[in-house]
Design a protein around this ligand. Sequence first.
Ligand SMILES: Nc1ncnc2c1ncn2[C@@H]1O[C@H](COP(=O)(O)OP(=O)(O)OP(=O)(O)O)[C@@H](O)[C@H]1O
Length: 278
Amino acid sequence: MSGLVIEGLWKEYGQQVVLENIHLTIAPRAFVALVGPSGCGKTTFLRMMLGQERPTRGTILIDGVPLPPEPGPDRGVVTQRYSVFPHLTVLQNVMLGPELRASRLSGRVWGAARRGLADRASALLAEVGLAGAEHKFPARLSGGMQQRLALAQALMMRPRLLLLDEPFGALDPGIKVEIHALMRRLWHEHEMTVIMVTHDMREAFSLATRVIAFDRRRNRPEELERYGASVTNDISIWPPRVAGQQTLYDADIPPGRDDPTLTGIATGTTRAAQGTRA
Ligand SMILES: Nc1ncnc2c1ncn2[C@@H]1O[C@H](COP(=O)(O)OP(=O)(O)OP(=O)(O)O)[C@@H](O)[C@H]1O
């Protein structure tokens, strides 16, 4: 479970300013959906939270402590593709993280410790709906099942912060509804804060406690490199969703519903709110 405080965060690549002066306070157990046009820096932001990229300026505090500069087991990640290892079985994929961690300290995991790990991995696989698939290879799983596996793999490390980069972007709409229900349950049941990048507004509004939009305030061609994106919308979902307290309101938005808020965010026409809410 982790609260984040992001202060004066900038990211530049050479002459190109990607993110500009981001200030955010994210409450422990929040589920933040991060939206914005292609190329505005959403993945770059996630990579900084993960420790794969360093900010050019600014600070990121996790539970009041500066974020370690390298990826660690307290932060899990699931991407749209390639989150799982194709040459390992489903069970081996889920056991790999803790095994690698243990092997760095004490050699391979054997005996009772290994059985304990296998039991925990199997329980997690059952939780994500993959009981019975333990000995299959990922290539034999559907796209939805592979993403369930990727979630189990990330959760096995008991992350305080789970970072999702368009994890369900490649899935069919019917499969998405099922995996959204799973994602919602996992968020309720595991003590973690979630930040999810998505292009799907319905997904953002049906899962998140808060939807944050990044965009550039200056978009003329000659300004593209000089100014980065910052927070342009910050919307807390109402009525609030509370981790651990599932309600009827948590049900999925039925496909096809036209909600003016969704199109407003996509086109940047909703009222901008300032960004330090829970
Ligand atoms: N390692 C890098 N070196 C140089 N430029 C980079 C690097 N990583 C990202 N960028 C640039 O930073 C900008 C933001 O990229 P990023 O992938 O974060 O955007 P995004 O909002 O996630 O886009 P999309 O929605 O299309 O995935 C892009 O212009 C990209 O070319």
